[in-house]
Design a protein around this ligand. Structure first.
Ligand code: ATP
Ligand code: LTN
Length: 334
């Protein structure tokens, strides 16, 4: 098979309900890019257990996440949407790459430091080697591009370093991937504290808009969003609350800073917040409706899960076998 398209890989953890940050920073771009690339969209459930999870909740969230990928507009026939835990090559390559990654490199990861501070009672080895598993995800598929939010840039850098190190020893085994960061929405901040990233694991439900929020909830959260003193809608460093709402509005409507400033020239915060809320509702509503009908079609979802899992495993195993041969593991006897 001659493949003329480049390869795209990305994933999300099934650790909670997706937020507008996940949508604006990642999922929205996945949909935009999906026609141009051969795409793999993974529900990274192996990563999820680096933080303690309730088993039945994790299983449900993983299925909800996979459903949302499709509901957001990813065609599961053209794109390979699957569970990481169904493809054992992820864990196998991660082990090998662990042996090509230095403690010092992992020690510098800011997400690791943040998670340690947040989960001081469970600083496990998986949390530490999390970026190596992420590198394995990406490198297994010889990915060219990885669309993520800005917070994942450091993990992309270490992935490139590991791949280059491996290639330096064994020859051109891995494609060196590039991050893709969208023009708007790459870092949506908390609605309650615009200096902090909007995160699905934030305890305060008013800090995040969830993709499952109904219209009234979305509007209420936007109205209550913390804003700055003054009343102008301008994109300026001393106005982090307004900048964040503008980022959300731009990500939802595709408009530029200048267009938004012009649109709300002379208007107050109240009117602007209402417009942001309405823009979010109009994007979320169709996704929620599609998710609702998909959830009812159990047999369809199951068939997608099975077929895509098998396809991902087939492709991933090709890279894994090559790596195993390179490092000197014995050939399989057929
Ligand atoms: P958690 O709170 O469990 O750490 P999270 O909300 O940070 O999760 P992830 O699963 O780590 O979400 O991230 C999934 C994708 O969403 C990644 O590409 C990440 O960069 C992106 N993303 C997460 N939060 C934001 C945000 N606030 N703004 C933009 N992109 C984001
Ligand atoms: N660490 C990522 C999730 C993730 C990922 C990946 C993203 C795991 N493996 C591979 C892109 C490509 C996060 O968003 N927290």
């Amino acid at each position: 098979m001659i493949q003329d398209k480049k390869t795209l890989f990305s994933g999300m953890q099934a650790t909670g309900t997706l937020t507008l940050g996940n949508f604006a920073g990642a999922l929205k771009n996945w949909v935009t890019l999906s026609d141009q690339y051969e795409c793999f969209y993974c529900v990274v459930d192996l990563h999820s257990i680096t933080v303690r999870q309730d088993p039945s909740t994790l299983r449900k969230r993983a299925r909800d996440l996979l459903t949302l990928y499709i509901a957001a507009g990813l065609d599961p026939v053209k794109n390979c949407i699957y569970y990481q835990s169904h493809v054992s090559a992820h864990a196998e390559l991660a082990w090998i790459l662990n042996c090509f990654t230095y403690m010092g490199e992992l020690n510098r990861m800011t997400q690791y430091k943040d998670k340690c501070a947040k989960h001081a009672d469970n600083i496990n080895a998986g949390l530490f080697t999390y970026p190596v598993l992420m590198a394995a995800d990406i490198l297994l598929f010889q990915s060219d591009v990885v669309p993520v939010g800005i917070d994942q840039m450091q993990h992309l850098e270490i992935t490139r370093d590991i791949a280059q190190r491996f290639n330096g020893i064994y020859g051109e085994v891995f494609t060196i991937p590039e991050a893709y960061i969208g023009k708007s929405g790459a870092k949506i901040m908390s609605l309650q504290d615009p200096t902090k990233k909007m995160s699905k694991s934030d305890e305060n439900p008013n800090a995040s808009i969830y993709l499952t929020d109904d219209p009234d909830t979305v509007i209420r959260k936007c109205k209550r969003a913390v804003t700055d003193s003054g009343n102008e809608i301008v994109y300026r460093e001393d106005k982090p609350g307004i900048c964040n709402l503008m980022d959300i509005y731009m990500a939802m409507t595709g408009r530029s800073v200048a267009e938004v400033e012009r649109e709300f020239d002379g208007k107050g915060y109240g009117e602007f917040k209402m417009a942001v809320g309405e823009a979010v509702v109009s994007v979320l509503r169709p996704i929620q409706e599609r998710a609702e009908s998909l959830r009812k079609d159990k047999a369809y979802l199951d068939s997608i899960i099975k077929e895509n899992g098998e396809k991902a495993a087939y492709i991933a195993n090709k890279t894994l076998r090559k790596v195993q041969r390179k490092v000197g593991f014995p050939d399989r006897i057929r």
